[in-house]
Design a protein around this ligand. Structure first.
Ligand code: NAD
Length: 499
């Protein structure tokens, strides 16, 4: 192990114990029995920031054993007792925000202010579900059976496996785990190998918050190997996955054998529709904000920007001007807007998507890659004249590549916007109420944001339709993914008035 570099990360933290290089199973920091490990790099510099073990099959099963044993006690706590521990976890996330943000920027690459924002965002779900856990009400059902009382109870489904991506390494875990824990479930988390340290810091803080051993486990390993074991496990009752549509389909198939409760938050390919009544500058600035967060590695990124032909040219000018003002660099430096992409393959994929668009007739308005400050960096690109035949239209590019197209009328733009297998989020910019209503109803997306770039947060049901997923996270229904409804019929009660 390269001690010098891994020590560097520890020395940057106020609390070095937040930087853990072991899996966390049954309240213990665990080595891999087979000696396999994975190296974790800082995508901005290519330096090694640490190592994580890969657990063996029997160790993954031990995590399930631990979650199974802990479930008995965790579910038996009162909702307000679980809420107290979740609030303690929330408070610790807030108290260690700066350290968590540093860990995140080093492993993921996003600018430090964005990482701080993600810690806040991630913590906000813990607070939300700490409260929601206290409101998992059942129902009283007016009885159709003589002398009987009918109703429902809400009960935790059991062990939940949570598999998460690298683009939001902390919030994608808390959005799931807080809901599951509040419901009374125990969890086995499998974070992305690129960004394990945020997940492990969450485990350290969960322990300090009094979340008992076995309730929150973090397993690390070869992704396909780990998921096969967890999906085949009958004791795992729910699987919640955030990641690519390709892997989501695989996990859905694997979960079929044990008929799990499956929630999938998959890819997106968001349209950003600009109506003819819009101020082109205002719309262009909003589109830049909606496209380039996390260097475009965001499932909500505005990939296909559809602008009414009457304002298209002016919009493109403003977009290019705003895009040129974005600073690309190491997220640890101040004044950086876009950090690196997660690894070199992502840069190669982005370059191939741009080349494909140009070869099929798109115009490269801006995006000079010779100015990239390092090998994992990709300068923002603006393409115009993009068409449905191009990869930039069809694929989720997950890079700072924006494609603009002009449209003639509302019917045409609806058809264009829906022309994708994805259905996560769409943006609409117009002040015409009739157009807003028409688009809102016609867009085949789980989320539509009108005249606002920001759309997410704890109170809203986050999720997609079509190949963008199943289920919703957050909001008042997010906890339902981890609850069973148990119907009861209490018969032979004698005369029950009003039943
Ligand atoms: P990914 O699908 O490659 O990986 C996600 C997780 O699955 C990781 O933990 C990874 O280790 C694991 N994994 C990878 N291959 C696997 C396999 N063969 N079997 C089992 N597990 C496997 O996705 P990513 O590249 O980490 O993240 C980017 C994707 O996530 C994008 O498509 C993005 O849109 C999506 N995403 C969606 C949301 C949402 O809420 N809808 C949020 C963030 C990211």
């Amino acid at each position: 192990m390269n001690m010098k570099l891994t020590n560097t990360l520890s020395t940057m933290l106020d609390d070095p114990r937040l930087f853990r290089q072991h899996a966390y199973v049954n309240g213990k920091w665990t080595h891999g029995d087979g000696g396999r490990e994975e190296t974790v790099f800082d995508p901005a510099t290519g330096e090694v920031i640490g190592y994580i073990p890969w657990l063996e099959a029997h160790q993954i099963r031990e995590a399930v054993d631990a979650a199974d044993a802990a479930f008995v006690h965790w579910r038996a706590l009162r909702a307000d007792e679980r809420a107290e521990r979740l609030m303690a976890w929330h408070d610790l996330l807030q108290a260690h925000r700066e350290d968590l943000a540093i860990i995140m920027t080093l492993e993921q690459g996003k600018p430090l202010p964005d990482a701080r924002g993600e810690v806040e965002y991630g913590a906000s779900f813990v607070r939300w579900f700490a409260e929601e856990g206290k409101r998992t009400f059942g129902e009283t059902i007016p009885s159709h059976i003589p002398n009987a009382a009918l109703g429902t109870l809400k009960e935790p489904v059991g062990i939940a496996t949570l598999i998460t991506p690298w683009n939001f390494p902390l919030a994608m875990i808390t959005r799931k785990a807080a809901a599951a824990l509040a419901a009374g479930c125990t969890v086995v988390v499998k974070p992305a190998g690129e960004t394990p340290f945020s997940a492990l810091a969450l485990a350290e803080l969960a322990e300090r918050a009094g979340i008992p051993a076995g309730v929150f486990n973090v397993v690390l390993g070869e992704p396909a190997e780990v998921s096969k074991i967890l999906c085949a496990e009958e004791r795992v009752k729910a699987l919640s996955f955030t990641g690519s549509t390709r892997v989501g389909r695989l996990l859905l198939e694997q979960s079929a054998q044990t008929v799990k409760r499956v929630s999938l938050e998959l890819g997106g390919n968001a349209p950003f529709i600009v109506g003819p009544d819009m101020d082109p500058k205002e719309a262009a600035f909003a589109a830049v904000a909606a496209k380039f967060q996390t260097a475009g590695q965001d499932c909500l990124a505005a990939n296909r920007i559809l602008v009414h032909e009457s304002i298209h040219d002016e919009f493109v000018e403003h977009f290019a001007e705003r895009m040129a003002a974005l600073t690309v660099g190491n997220g640890m430096e101040s004044e950086v807007d876009l950090g690196p992409l997660i690894h070199r393959q992502a840069v190669d994929k982005a370059a191939a998507i741009v080349d494909d668009a140009i070869s099929r007739g798109a115009t490269l308005v801006a995006g000079d890659q010779t100015r990239a400050p390092g090998e994992n960096f990709f300068m923002p690109v603006l393409l115009t004249g993009v068409t449905p035949q191009m990869k930039v239209w069809r694929e989720e590019n997950f890079a700072p590549v924006a494609g603009v197209t002009a449209y003639r009328d509302d019917d045409e733009v609806i058809e264009m916007a829906n022309d994708t297998e994805y259905g996560l989020a769409a943006y609409v910019y117009t002040h015409d109420i009739r157009r807003i209503w028409k688009l809102l109803r016609a867009l085949e997306y789980g989320m539509v944001s009108v005249n606002s770039v920001k759309m997410t947060g704890p109170p809203v049901p986050f999720g997609g339709v079509k190949q963008s997923g199943l289920g919703r996270e957050g909001g008042i229904t997010g906890i339902d993914e981890y609850l069973e409804t148990k119907y009861y019929c209490l018969g032979a009660l004698g005369s029950v008035s009003g039943s």
